[in-house]
Design a protein around this ligand. Structure first.
Ligand code: DLL
Length: 439
């Protein structure tokens, strides 16, 4: 039997939903015009007044918000509330050394709990479940987001956070976890380690996986489900810090698109080049408007995630809100390495801080034992070239440390001789992603 967390919202007739979205859009545009210096200026420049917005279709009149707007207004310039009313702050990767900062009011935290609660129930999770939350707790929104949702529905949440696989497996077995919340690649890694360590996964109680924070394919889903056995159902959860964190959209057991909670987050799909909306069903870049957020509402925020919209009632669960097809990638160069967002420009920013490091580098991303690996080959500066092995090794360690500090991921850095990295004739190719086909 299909269960709902908020039946009224999740089964709202499309006409009613559209009217609600229209009313909320009007309110949020007025709210940001009055409370956000950034949006007042942006709307004034575009010649938009809040009174121009009368229905949800008027959303097309509004300018887009870009990730660079968050960077330019670092750290709190995008907030529509004073810091005194902000109760929680998270951050994700920015394109340079500074992170992208997001803030939540108390009501925003309730909203976040509500959408993750909806997502978990949509995946088939109930108050009787034991949720092993292996998303990272901290500035990343995965850990706390899933935590709030699991608390809200009354499940028993184990805040184990990411990593330490032997401990994860022990807890899973001894605490009788029934739901695994983590990235899809970590879910597969855990199953593979379990086999090596002699766990019999068919004897565990694990039945649902709530996997997201990185793109994954149907083929990868099959691998996870086969590895976990036991009719384990691996379901996709989507979200991004700027909009709320995890819980923006969720698959139901029908596995046919992710339900967007669009009474709260209005989704559009646009052509990245022309910036015009594409027709329903066509692939393009996802854009979100938060309809009720307080501390950091965003208007037409460009996610750079590529997907398409399905605008029909779900034949499996009956939810009426639009669905998103499984994500196929991004329209920019952001990489997701072990669930952490990394921009090549961020890596370059770190490398260039070392005078002994030259200008030519190559980022190699691969997958070993179902986990992503990050390698960076970088040339030494001719002038500072050291032939002492000890110096080279020490510098490699320093760069690795700096990458970990700024980007949040471990990298294997290899310093090479000047000229060792092939030059390209046109646009420099700085990234080699060898994971394709392994995802
Ligand atoms: O990854 C929030 C999250 C946590 C989602 C846990 C799901 C589970 P950020 O760190 O801000 O937030 O990264 C957001 O990750 O724009 C996508 O590119 C990617 N992403 C997130 N979920 C999915 C997914 C969290 N299910 C960025 N499929 C987004 C594909 C995803 N990509």
């Amino acid at each position: 039997m299909t269960d709902y967390w908020n039946k009224k919202a999740e089964l709202m007739p499309p006409k009613e939903l559209k009217e609600l979205q229209g009313r909320r859009l009007k309110d949020i545009v007025k709210y940001v015009y009055e409370n956000s210096r950034f949006y007042r200026k942006r709307f004034d420049e575009a010649g938009i007044k809040p009174s121009d917005i009368r229905s949800i279709d008027d959303i097309r009149k509004l300018p887009y918000t870009e990730k660079s707007d968050l960077r330019d207004n670092y750290p709190f310039g995008m907030f529509s509330k004073p810091l005194a009313d902000v109760v929680e702050i998270h951050a994700s990767s920015g394109t340079t050394g500074k992170p992208t900062v997001v803030g939540y009011s108390r009501n925003d935290v309730s909203l976040w709990s509500e959408v993750v609660a909806r997502s978990l129930v949509c995946a088939g999770v109930s108050s009787r479940d034991v949720v092993q939350n292996a998303y990272g707790y901290g500035l990343f929104t995965g850990g706390l987001g899933l935590h709030y949702g699991a608390l809200t529905i009354g499940a028993s949440v184990i805040p184990v956070s990411g990593g330490n696989t032997p401990r994860q497996l022990l807890i899973m077995q001894d605490f009788g976890s029934t739901v695994l919340a983590c990235t899809p690649s970590y879910a597969l890694h855990m199953a593979e380690e379990a086999a090596k360590l002699g766990y019999d996964l068919s004897k565990t109680k694990m039945r649902i996986g709530v996997h997201g924070a990185e793109p994954w394919t149907e083929k990868f889903r099959k691998k996870i489900e086969e590895a976990w056995g036991n009719n384990y159902s691996a379901l996709d959860i989507y979200g991004l810090s700027e909009i709320i964190g995890p819980g923006v959209a969720q698959e139901c057991p029908g596995k046919d698109g992710l339900h967007v909670w669009s009474d709260l987050f209005y989704a559009e799909v646009i052509d990245s080049d022309t910036r015009e909306p594409v027709s329903t069903g066509e692939e393009g870049e996802l854009v979100f408007t938060t309809l009720t957020k307080e501390a950091m509402p965003l208007i037409r925020y460009r996610t750079h995630d590529i997907t398409s919209l399905i605008n029909e009632t779900c034949p499996h669960c009956g939810r009426t809100m639009p669905r998103l097809t499984k994500f196929v990638g991004r329209s920019d160069d952001m990489l997701i390495i072990r669930g952490v967002n990394v921009y090549p420009s961020q890596i370059e920013y770190v490398l260039m801080k070392f005078p002994a490091v030259g200008n030519n580098y190559m980022i190699v991303v691969d997958r070993a034992e179902s986990l992503d690996t990050l390698g960076i080959r970088v040339e030494m500066n001719t002038r500072m070239m050291s032939d002492k092995m000890k110096d080279v090794l020490a510098l490699e360690k320093q760069v690795e440390y700096a990458i970990k500090e700024t980007c949040g991921v471990s990298a294997k850095v290899q310093l090479v001789e000047p000229g060792a990295i092939p030059r390209s004739e046109g646009k420099a190719k700085r990234v080699e992603d060898l994971r394709k086909g392994k995802m």
